[in-house]
Every structure is written in C-alpha cells, then in structure tokens.
Write a protein that binds this ligand. Structure first.
Ligand code: NAD
Length: 256
C-alpha cells in the first residue's frame, strides 16, 4: 500500500457498517478504502459496475471487508433497494458518505438543459435519495453519521460551473436542514467541501488552468485525495460526536 493510501487518522470503526457512493474510483474509492482500514465494513456503490467490481476485488485482496452494489444514485427505487439489502446483510447502517458526483461545465448562456439536469440529478437528488433511505435504519439504530461531499464551488461562485455550484450549494443546504431534523436521533450530518484536488476530475482542466489554481491557493498546492479522505474519517470518528450541520472546507485556504 502506498503512503497516499494510508490514513493519517487513527480511529476504531470496528463493526460499523458504512456505505460510500461513487466508490469505484477517485475520492470515493480512497474514502471506502480508508474506512475499511479503520475496521468498518464498507458497501461500495457506483453506476459503473465493471469498475466497481474491479475496485472491490482489489480492496478485498488487501483484506478489506467490502462489497459492491451497482446503482445509479438518481434511481429512487434502486437506492431504497440497496439500503435495504445492506441493512439486511450487515445488520444496520452507521455511516453514509454521499460522494458520487459529476461536472458538466459550460458558461451559462451556452449551457444545455441536459448539462443542468444531469448535474443536479446526480449531485443533489442522488444525495437526497441516499440520505432519506439511510435515515430510516439510522433512526431505528439510534445512531448515524452522514457525510456529504460538497465543493468550494458550492460556497463561492466558479465561472463555467453554474450547474455544479448550484448542486453543491444545494447539498450544503440539505446538510444543514437534515442535521437539524436528525440531531434528536443521535445522527450527525456534515459536509466536506474540497477545493481543487489532484484527481481525474481536475486532470481534465489542463496544465495552464492547474498552474493558475496553484497560484490562487494560499498553501501553494492542489489538495491530495488523502486530505479529503482524512477529513471524512475525522467526521466519522468519535472525535466528531458533537459536530453537526457543519461544512469542513479542505481547500488549502482558497476560500479564506
Ligand atoms: P470521479 O469522477 O473520479 O469519481 C466519481 C465517481 O462517481 C465515479 O466512480 C463515477 O462512476 C461515480 N458516479 C457518477 N455518476 C454516478 C451515478 N449516477 N450513480 C452512482 N455513481 C456515479 O470524481 P472525484 O474527483 O473522485 O469526485 C468525488 C466527489 O468529490 C464528487 O462529488 C465531486 O463533486 C467532489 N469534489 C471533487 C473535487 C476534485 O477536485 N476532484 C473537488 C471538490 C469536490
């Protein structure tokens, strides 16, 4: 296992059941791997069934207790069925990480309806559907952690991302409201807002744009997937027991 794959947070999640969406690659894959390293049993959800199977096979070979659930997060019936299956197989659900997300960038006047609809559907509706489905077993179990992957684009504007910014601002609003609704049930709901992280999503931007971003970040570098995964582990850990409705920004100071 490489240094980048090793978590810097040590916490004991033994016996806990976690579900991570968009877990086939990128940040979701590392988050699933990190939760498993801490002892959680992790159900991995992704729309890309082939990539998901490959990821789960690799994590299993490392000794992780993970399983695969092919699922489009916008499909309400399938989302409910996945949560039911996980609860039946694993005996409950303790941690939900809503990570699946896409970008379909374009300036407002050229943005097609489909660009708007697909980004809002996956990033915001998908988060709502899994949160609603997971809340039921969490309420029954009198405990739960819901962690939504937002973005600094949901906190500040970003030209070319009207759809993405709106979806992530929506995720932040959803996080705060659901935190209030579920606090009495011992369920915390928080968001992590990454800045620019070195992943396939940002690699599409090209070197010139990436150099410009680096100059804007006070800490002088893009974030690493590890930085985001460790923020998620912190929010999943007992150290975050009294934190709910918050947005933990992981952006090297970009939004300061
Ligand atoms: P990624 O594209 O590498 O991975 C996203 C995963 O989500 C993929 O495995 C994809 O198959 C899956 N997915 C897409 N549509 C889906 C659907 N309908 N149902 C289920 N799964 C679906 O992206 P990433 O860079 O790892 O980003 C993960 C999350 O972090 C996203 O929510 C993204 O908006 C957020 N984020 C990323 C960055 C960054 O710099 N990479 C910055 C801020 C926020």
């Amino acid at each position: 296992m490489s240094e980048a794959q090793k978590s810097r947070i040590t916490t004991d999640l033994a016996g806990q059941v976690a579900l991570v969406t968009g877990a086939a690659r990128g940040l979701g894959r590392l988050i699933a791997q990190s939760l498993a390293q801490c002892g959680a049993r992790v159900s991995c959800v992704d729309v890309n069934a082939a990539m998901l199977d490959e990821t789960v096979a690799q994590l299993t070979a490392e000794g992780a207790d993970v399983d695969a659930y092919p699922c489009d997060v916008t499909d309400s019936a399938r989302v409910n069925a996945v949560v039911d299956e996980v609860v039946k197989k694993r005996g409950g659900l303790d941690i939900l990480v809503n990570n699946a997300g896409i970008t379909r960038d374009g300036m407002l006047v050229r943005m097609k309806d489909d660009q708007w609809d697909s980004v809002l559907a996956i990033n915001l509706r998908g988060t709502f559907l899994f949160t609603r489905a997971a809340a039921k077993p969490m309420i029954k179990g009198h405990r739960g952690r819901i962690i939504n992957i937002a973005s600094v684009s949901g906190l500040m504007g970003n030209p070319g991302q009207a759809n993405y910014s709106a979806s992530k601002a929506g995720v932040i609003g959803l996080t705060r409201t659901v935190a209030m609704e579920l606090a009495g049930r011992n369920i915390t709901v928080n968001a992590v807002a990454p800045g620019f992280i070195e992943t396939d999503m940002t690699a599409q931007l090209g070197e010139t744009i990436i150099a410009g971003i680096r100059e804007r970040v006070p800490l002088g570098r893009l974030g690493r997937p590890r930085d985001v995964a460790d923020a998620v582990l912190f929010l999943a850990s007992p150290a975050a027991d009294y934190i709910t409705g918050q947005v933990l920004t992981v952006d090297g100071g970009l939004t300061v």
